[in-house]
Ligand binder design. Structure first.
Ligand code: GLN
Length: 456
């Protein structure tokens, strides 16, 4: 807690810090342990977690990074948060994000700009930038984020931490403010694969409050990790790894490419077979993602109408209530997405945009399925560059969207992907971290975490 208090003025990971409440909870825990109730405390007793502010937390502000929810205090915890609390974890605060998850830098928050702990003139990535910077700056042990098109993986890469995007449906979305429901997943950050695996086992599993949550068994992911005693033991013998060719070409920083190639040789030394694989539909994912995500967002965000949710305004009629509350409550990027989505769904354009994007989504899914029949894991960079300067892309939305090229396909296909730090490029005082993305078949989180742990 004292580290959080010391670092927060410069990092600004949290929209809301609950340090006093966390301190009280910790004291209560101490009291229970001292009075012999040791076994009554959960497996995560006393572990400080940060929670992205688009996940509802009972009696704690939950803004989604938007002015329209300023002052909103949900009556309930999101399922993932409830499960962490039941395991004894302490929610130490709500982390900053791009408004409703729409963005890649966390500059799109209505409240504050978060800085990258490796270099405070740079962005932490986004949209879960606060959750990534909080773990990176050791303000909390682990954190929750959400990943619709890369929002866990890209900030993990920018901040040099581990980030996991689970299979669609692995973790309940109940209590997660919907951005694009067919793509959204709750994800986990940790400073190690072990920590990340530990919280995944706690938050994953079926939930009757989310009909898309899977009832597949949840393994104890952390206990299935194997330790690496020596390189000679070739712990990855028999593992087939495909490097996605299309992710190492034009537009990708040379430093990133050499970090990924270095990671590939390391995986080979550990015993795996590494080959290049082509996914011809890879570049189609980005435009399809932005059409689908914006379309779903335009529908999901209609709930912020100034009546059910949102700022209350005094107005003469209903249209004025809607207009006033949305005009003042929503930010520029969110409005742009709503307009794009509404346009893509409108009668005259539906076939040309939405339907076509759905067809591309099927193509992307099939090409991954095909490649994952030949390889256990596909690897790529998590982002085409390391963290860039605050303000650098703020006025160039297309450049910002293009930065999501490595991650969006995985959401279109609903697959799990793990990001682990794998190298550095020049920049900042001591270099800037680069993350390796490992993609697997549905529900292969255990395998990804095992390989990631050995790699680490
Ligand atoms: N940057 C992407 C977007 O703005 C992804 C965001 C996310 O995963 N929430 O849509």
């Amino acid at each position: 807690l004292s580290r959080l208090r010391r670092t927060e003025p410069s990092v600004r990971s949290f929209i809301h810090v609950a340090d006093a409440a966390a301190e009280r909870e910790a004291e209560e825990l101490d009291r229970r342990i001292a009075s012999g109730e040791k076994d009554a405390v959960g497996p995560l007793a006393g572990v400080l977690v940060g929670v992205k502010d688009n996940l509802c937390t009972a009696n704690m502000p939950s803004t989604g990074g938007s002015r329209i929810l300023d002052g909103y205090r949900p009556a309930y915890d999101a399922t993932a948060v409830r499960r962490l609390r039941e395991a004894g974890a302490i929610v130490v605060g709500k982390t900053n994000l791009d408004e409703f998850g729409m963005g890649s830098t966390t500059e799109g928050s209505a409240f504050q700009v978060t800085t990258n702990p490796w270099d405070d003139s740079r962005v932490p990535g986004g949209s879960s930038g606060g959750s990534a910077s909080a773990v990176s700056a050791r303000q909390c042990v682990v954190s929750l984020g959400s990943d619709t098109g890369g929002s866990v993986r890209q900030p993990a890469s920018f901040c040099g931490v581990v980030g996991l995007k689970p299979t669609y449906g692995r973790v309940s979305r109940f209590g997660l403010m919907a951005y694009a429901s067919s793509l959204d997943v709750v994800g986990c950050f940790g400073s190690s694969v072990f920590d990340t695996a530990t919280i995944l086992s706690v938050v994953a599993g079926h939930d009757k409050m989310d009909s898309t949550s899977s009832s597949q068994d949840v393994p104890d992911y952390a206990s299935e990790l194997v330790s690496l005693d020596s390189l000679e033991s070739k712990p990855l013998n028999g593992v087939r790894i495909g490097i996605i060719q299309e992710t190492l070409g034009e537009g990708v920083d040379t430093g990133v490419v050499s970090s990924i190639k270095g990671a590939a040789s390391h995986l080979e030394r550990l015993g795996s077979v590494v080959e290049e694989v082509s996914l011809p539909s890879f570049s189609l994912g980005l435009p399809a993602y932005y059409i689908l995500a914006s379309s779903e967002a335009s529908s999901n965000l209609s709930r912020y109408d100034g009546i059910r949710y949102g700022r209350q305004v005094s107005a003469d009629d209903l249209n004025e209530v809607y207009g006033e509350s949305r005009a003042n409550g929503l930010g520029h990027e969110v409005k742009m997405r709503i307009l794009m989505g509404t346009y893509a769904l409108s009668a005259g354009y539906y076939d040309a945009y939405y339907k076509r994007a759905q067809q591309v989504r099927t193509l992307v899914k099939e090409s991954f399925k095909d490649a994952l029949e030949r390889y256990d894991i596909l690897v790529s960079p998590a982002a085409p560059s390391a963290a860039y300067k605050i303000g650098e892309k703020i006025n160039d939305p297309l450049a910002m969207y293009a930065g999501d090229i490595m991650t969006v396909n995985v959401n279109l296909a609903g697959l799990p992907a793990l990001v682990v730090p794998c190298g550095f490029v020049e920049g900042g005082a001591a270099g800037l971290p680069v993350g390796l993305q490992m993609i697997g078949s549905p529900f292969s989180e255990g395998n990804l975490l095992r390989v990631g742990h050995i790699f680490e």
